[in-house]
Design a protein around this ligand. Structure first.
Ligand code: ADP
Length: 426
């Protein structure tokens, strides 16, 4: 009621003027004329509203002096919690506010500094200047080369208040750029990997057709090498196909129930001829009563075969491989650790191991029949199963690859751990 009274009081003169004008028109034009005029005004208003765009207007907001006035504590808190880098600039392009992710990009203590002293990239500065002058949003891409190369897309827009504020948002493109680069490198590397054995095979075919045609010893020797090279090509193609298949399915959660201990034992048994050749002993230790996990049995078999095969390939001749299956103290995860006493891996190489065709020692990997795709396959299978891969290694002291997989929620209720894991040597 008070609201209605206030409304009438504020518009008293307008209402009085309207009523007077309506009375005068009624006298001059008669009732039909008034109706016709009203309809005409209504039609004109509708046409105007539909076809004439509203002008962009700066909304005058009473703002006390100082940036504290523009940014209330609530606004500061909300912007501060945004996970993307964000900066606000005043009408003179000085920094009004930066949130924590933006501070990570531009550094500390940038408030009140001109933007040109904070971000020196000409494309971004142009985008900001353009937005500040015409009020239109602008986009610019830029790269920060140090400390680690990072790529960003900057988006600037003006908030239409007086005094005007420009918002600068950054979109981190580093991961996208890196994966584009990795894909390009991968195609180049995979073609190179295939081209080398292919060139060797076609070279030997020419030799066998030419001067070695009647040389029986050379022929046997060349056929042997050709056999090795074609086997290498088919392993590579098989791994490439596996990787593509797993990647395609990565977003589809697996649904089978798998007892990891069985899968691990089968994988180790399948590799027995190799362990025998290198006189390597495999010891499996499993906590009893481990729960089944949700997984794809074939993929998990491939995962553990790859890890155990690597432990054999890069292990010590006459050495050991220890496989330990356990459950985390909170009962929520099952872990399988594959440990060897081989040459180990330099710390700098560890983060790159799961990249496609990355190898620490290319020659050794090739000698051992490696394709450089084994750990990339492992990474994708682990990720599809909602798990995690931990790599722990010291040069000269061996390596441990641990796969940590989630236990289904219904199994989680039985959190008590069975005691005394049993070790069994294969
Ligand atoms: P590869 O087919 O070459 O073995 P992977 O993707 O399985 O390819 O492994 C990538 C690289 O990681 C290997 O070339 C090797 O240099 C290193 N690596 C993997 N497992 C081990 C291990 N257990 N010990 C030492 N180095 C390893």
């Amino acid at each position: 009621m008070t609201g209605l009274l206030d409304f009438l009081r504020q518009r008293l003169w307008t209402i009085a003027f309207g009523a007077g004008l309506a009375g005068a028109l009624l006298l001059v034009l008669g009732p039909e004329g008034v109706w016709a005029l009203l309809l005409l005004i209504l039609a004109a208003a509708v046409i105007f509203r539909l076809f004439v765009p509203a002008p962009r207007q700066l909304q005058s907001v009473p703002v006390p002096a100082g940036d504290e006035g523009i940014l209330s504590p609530l606004v500061r808190r909300v912007l501060g919690q945004m996970p993307v880098p964000l900066m606000l600039l005043d009408g003179a392009s000085r920094v009004l506010f930066v949130n924590a992710p933006m501070r990570g990009v531009v550094g500390p203590a940038v408030e009140k500094k001109p933007i040109s002293a904070v971000l020196r990239n000409p494309e971004v500065l142009n985008a900001i200047a353009q937005t500040a002058s015409d009020g239109e949003p602008a986009i610019a891409q830029f790269t920060l080369p140090v400390p680690i190369e990072r790529h960003y897309e900057a988006y600037s827009a003006r908030v239409s208040i007086i005094p005007p504020v420009t918002v600068l948002l950054l979109h981190d493109l580093t991961a996208i750029r890196r994966s584009e680069q990795m894909r390009a490198d991968f195609v180049a590397n995979a073609s190179h990997e295939l081209r080398t054995p292919l060139a060797a095979v076609s070279g030997f075919i020419d030799t066998l057709r030419g001067h070695a045609k009647d040389d029986e010893v050379a022929r046997d020797q060349f056929l042997e090498i050709m056999g090795t090279q074609t086997a290498r090509m088919s392993r590579l193609i098989e791994d490439l196909l596996s990787l593509t298949r797993i990647e395609l399915n990565e977003h589809v959660p697996p649904h089978g129930r798998v007892l990891l201990e069985n899968v691990v034992r089968e994988a180790a048994a399948a590799l027995e001829p190799l362990t025998r050749a290198d006189r390597i002993t495999i010891a499996i230790t499993a906590r009893s009563g481990l729960p089944a996990i949700i997984g794809d049995r074939d993929e998990l078999a491939q995962l553990f075969q790859n890890l155990i095969h690597n432990a054999i390939k890069y292990g010590r001749e006459g050495g050991h491989v220890w496989i330990t299956l356990d459950r985390s103290a909170d009962g929520e995860h099952v872990s399988v650790a594959v440990k060897d006493d081989g040459e180990g891996i330099p710390a700098i190489a560890v983060p790159r191991l799961t990249e496609r065709v990355y190898r620490v020692d290319v020659k050794r990997s090739r000698e051992k029949g490696g394709t450089g795709l084994g750990l990339a396959i492992v990474k994708h299978i682990v990720s599809r199963h909602g798990g995690r891969l931990a790599i722990d290694s010291k040069p000269g002291e061996g390596s441990t690859f641990t796969v940590i997989l989630p236990v289904p929620t219904e199994e989680n209720s039985q959190k008590s751990l069975a005691p005394a894991p049993v070790t069994e040597v294969l």
